[in-house]
Design a protein around this ligand. Structure first.
Ligand code: SF4
Ligand code: SF4
Length: 385
């Protein structure tokens, strides 16, 4: 592939966060300190070098920034204060904007007010839509067990239709962005991947997505990053799947006993979310670790929206159980007015997309390795060169 230098790339990248990387003088301390860097993927110094040389295409076709979990070890060891950990985060924001063909990610990351406007407008549409066009409105009769009949207040077909539209919207944009990511990493640089590898590497993709096992390598010096990250990640994945895919199973008229799967899954997801969010928020407020020192508005929006969604969901649950009809009604409207914009904006275009891009990046990197191995088998002299 022809190497193209883009002199404006450094300025473009600065729009997405860190600017300290220009102090780097390539001592290599960061790569030596990184628990995740290895021969096959030597970051973050390699990325720094590519940025300083203006090698934009090389950065775009490289999935390595997604292998970084922002433990901060590299920034602690950098003698120049170049902050390579924050640079990797900046690269992930930039790459998210590259994969997103609509241009919305770029707007959200570079003009923060745009993301807030999108969230508020969508929230108002959902809130007012539910309040004005809901034919049932506040329904007073309660269940035999004294709980609020939530599915009579908000007609099930209406909620299901809205749910399906949201699922289709999110899936379309997220999947098309992932295909664009594949195009930029594999297809455009003409990486010749053995066809069967697309299937054999799926097992590792599923394993990485479920376990996030690579992050456990950052648990050195008594740190417990993996556990808190996994609780948060599994909490919001379960909640996302229940809300988007299985609403009729999750939101029923019957108030089930605490040991039924609907409630147990809901309680687990709520616990995971609250624990993970508290851990992350306290860290960012105290700024006591490298990974928590720098926060853009997009980082806080993600935390605040998730927290408000969880809190309003908990309130709906208890208002409903205790038969508080009006409070259930209004809190349900507020809950959806936060949840729907959060999912529609954050999952395909902003911070939540990391959940998909990270394991996919590991998958694509494994495909690249398979392609390299095959080419080495066919041309052993390349190994020597
Ligand atoms: S430790 Fe700092 S100066 Fe050294 S290569 Fe890494 S970023 Fe550059
Ligand atoms: S933040 Fe941690 S995982 Fe990321 S590059 Fe630095 S040392 Fe490696």
């Amino acid at each position: 592939m022809r190497t193209r230098v883009d002199a404006k790339f450094k300025r473009e990248l600065n729009l997405f966060g860190s600017e300290d990387w220009s102090h780097c003088f390539h001592c290599g301390n960061c790569t030596a300190a990184c628990p995740l860097s290895e021969n096959a993927a030597m970051f973050p110094r390699k990325s720094l070098r590519a940025i300083q040389l203006g090698l934009k295409d090389q950065i775009i076709s490289n999935p390595e920034p997604w292998l970084c979990y922002y433990c901060g070890d590299c920034s602690e060891k950098c003698p120049q204060g170049a902050n390579p950990a924050e640079l990797m985060m900046t690269l992930r924001r930039y790459l998210t904007s590259v994969y997103d063909w609509t241009g919305l990610s770029r707007l959200f990351y570079t003009k923060h007010w745009f993301e807030i406007v999108a969230l508020v407008v969508l929230g108002l549409i959902v809130g007012l839509g539910l309040s004005i066009f809901n034919p049932n409105g506040i329904v007073y009769p309660l269940n035999a067990d004294g709980g609020v009949k939530i599915n009579e207040m908000f007609p099930i077909p209406m909620i299901h239709l809205g749910d399906m539209i949201m699922a289709a919207f999110v899936s379309f944009f997220l999947i098309s962005n992932i295909l664009h990511m594949w195009y930029r990493i594999i297809l455009k640089p003409k990486v010749s991947v053995p066809f069967y590898s697309y299937f054999t590497e799926l097992i590792s993709l599923g394993y990485q997505f479920i376990t996030q096992s690579k992050f456990s390598k950052c648990d050195t010096n008594g740190r417990k990053y993996w556990a808190s990250h996994w609780l948060l990640m599994s909490g919001y994945t379960i909640m996302f799947v229940l809300v988007v895919g299985f609403l009729s199973f999750f939101q029923t008229e019957i108030i089930y006993s605490w040991y039924e799967p609907q409630r147990l899954l809901g309680y687990y997801a709520t616990f995971g979310l609250l624990f993970g969010l508290t851990y992350v928020s306290v860290g960012r407020i105290k700024k006591s670790t490298e990974k928590a020192k720098f926060s853009l508005l997009s980082d806080w929006l993600f935390i605040i929206l998730l927290f408000l969604t969880t809190l309003s969901g908990i309130l709906v649950h208890f208002f409903r159980i205790y038969g508080l009809v009006e409070l259930t009604y209004y809190m349900y409207v507020i809950h959806l007015a936060i949840l729907v914009p959060m999912i529609c904006v954050e999952v395909p275009f902003s911070k939540w997309s990391h959940l998909a891009y990270r394991p996919i990046a590991i998958y694509l990197l494994n495909l690249k390795k398979k392609a390299e191995n095959r080419s080495l088998e066919a041309n052993p002299q390349l190994a020597v060169n």
